[in-house]
Design a protein around this ligand. Structure first.
Ligand code: SF4
Length: 135
């Protein structure tokens, strides 16, 4: 197994964000939204592929996280299924398709679509945490 060069091995992270990162526009919206959330100081994006691949250190880090945010593009729910398969239950879960963002033949992502997802996550989090966003 090679050395991890991303942030996934850092067990200090208490809020992890997983995106399905699917090939459709909806999946790519989850990816860009997770990146935006992290850039804005909302938790850390984590490698869903590591969870799906059964990489023990990734699974352990996810299980140690205080909060797990999962973003799926559509009702197929790949991120949710991947996490649950390893015994990880998200504390917040969102399907992009439920925000009335249409599926398109091309994986084109519009800034306003990402904005919609980021706003929805932050709003839900604010309601849950009484306005305190996770770092
Ligand atoms: S949840 Fe939907 S968009 Fe995401 S990877 Fe699965 S099928 Fe693709």
């Amino acid at each position: 197994m090679g050395e991890c060069l991303c942030t996934c091995g850092d067990e200090r992270q208490n809020v992890l964000v997983f995106a399905c990162s699917g090939a459709s526009n909806l999946g790519q919206i989850t990816n860009q939204s997770a990146l935006r959330l992290m850039a804005e100081g909302f938790g850390k994006m984590f490698c869903l592929a590591g969870i799906g691949g059964g990489v023990e250190s990734f699974i352990n880090s996810a299980k140690l996280a205080e909060e797990v945010v999962a973003l799926d593009g559509c009702a197929v729910g790949c991120a949710l299924a991947t996490l649950r398969r390893q015994g990880i239950e998200p504390t917040y879960y969102l399907q992009v398709s439920q925000l009335n963002i249409p599926r398109k033949p091309e994986p084109e992502v519009l800034p306003e679509e990402v904005e919609k997802v980021v706003t929805a996550v932050k709003k839900a989090w604010g309601e849950k945490k009484d306005g305190n966003l996770p770092g």
